[in-house]
Design a protein around this ligand. Structure first.
Ligand code: FE2
Length: 164
């Protein structure tokens, strides 16, 4: 995923910046994929809980948009190129592919919760990677994103946690 570095006066050493740019671009690909998966659910969901789920899935996409922007811009601040085109995302995302034949609310809840959980796990791991690389700011940024994704997972998963 290496791209050329752009000169910056940022005082973090180059090795750390290089590692963080790669880490951030990996998270960016996953987050962009996840955002589109949430939109896929938002557009296609059907069933008795339509309006609640339709709006919730849009909130997921909207919340992710802010994280996506922060991840991409941090990569650029460190002298990198943000890799946000659909072609790169399609190649680099580690998320499971979202099925195209899902319609019911329950199925969308299960599928989107699974993807949110995948992203939550890699995000949590990325906090450690950033911390160990000596970039406390990236670690903190990713920590904030991690907390937000845990919250989104809760909001989606709660629909499947009742026996009713
Ligand atoms: Fe919409």
């Amino acid at each position: 995923m290496n791209t050329k570095s752009i000169h910056t006066s940022n005082d973090l050493n180059q090795k750390t910046r290089r590692a963080m740019i790669d880490l951030l671009n990996q998270q960016l690909a996953d987050a962009l994929d996840l955002g589109l998966q949430a939109k896929q659910a938002h557009w296609n969901v059907k069933g008795p809980h339509f309006i609640g789920l339709h709006e919730l899935f849009d909130k997921v996409a909207e919340d992710l948009e802010e994280s996506i922007d922060n991840i991409a811009e941090r990569a650029v601040q460190l002298g990198g190129i943000a890799l946000g085109t659909i072609q790169v995302v399609s190649k680099n995302s580690r998320l499971s592919a979202y099925p195209l034949d899902v319609l019911s609310g329950n199925e969308h809840v299960a599928r989107l919760a699974a993807s949110l959980a995948e992203f939550a796990a890699t995000t949590r791991a990325a906090i450690d990677t950033a911390g160990k690389s000596g970039d406390a700011d990236t670690a903190e940024l990713i920590t904030e994103i991690s907390r937000g994704v845990d919250k989104l997972l809760w909001m989606v998963e709660a629909h499947s946690q009742s026996k009713e």
